[in-house]
Design a protein around this ligand. Structure first.
Ligand code: ZN
Length: 146
């Protein structure tokens, strides 16, 4: 298990404008505000969703799109460093007009209708992502390891 321990830092509340790309807007905010270590959560609605599913047998992402208006029931994610830059990893659960839920790894292409976001920063050295042989994903490395 990898564990990092932090003290709380700044907390940001954002409203993402209609028509913006969900992930792209969060990436811009994080970069502009030099946020390297954070946890984020959000809710609202999107006009269309673009998601990914990681196939654990094939070790690759499968992209899919849901071309309809959806509620964002629950989104969460984090910010850490990948290749020395802030990187957002976020998943979300969406629902259609009958309440059926879909979800996945959030990709670029989720178009916001309305979105309220909380970003909680943490004080201290950011977790660093590095390639993990077993999963073929960039995961947090063990603190102190090279
Ligand atoms: Zn993911």
């Amino acid at each position: 298990m990898s564990q990092y321990t932090y003290q709380p830092g700044r907390v940001h509340l954002l409203r993402v404008p209609t028509g913006e790309d969900l992930l792209g807007t969060l990436e811009e905010f994080v970069t502009d505000n030099d946020i390297q270590t954070a946890w984020l959560s959000y809710l609202g609605a999107v006009q269309t969703a673009s998601l990914r599913y990681y196939d654990q047998d094939e070790l690759e992402y499968c992209d899919f799109h849901i071309h309809q208006h959806l509620e964002v029931l629950s989104g969460m994610g984090n910010v850490s460093l990948l290749d020395g830059k802030p990187f957002i990893h976020t998943h979300a659960v969406f629902a259609d007009s009958s309440g059926r839920a879909f979800g996945g790894h959030v990709n670029h292409g989720c178009v916001v209708w309305a979105l309220e976001v909380k970003i909680e920063e943490f004080e201290g050295e950011a977790p660093v992502r590095q390639f993990d042989e077993e999963t073929a994903l960039s995961l947090w490395k063990h603190p102190g390891s090279s």
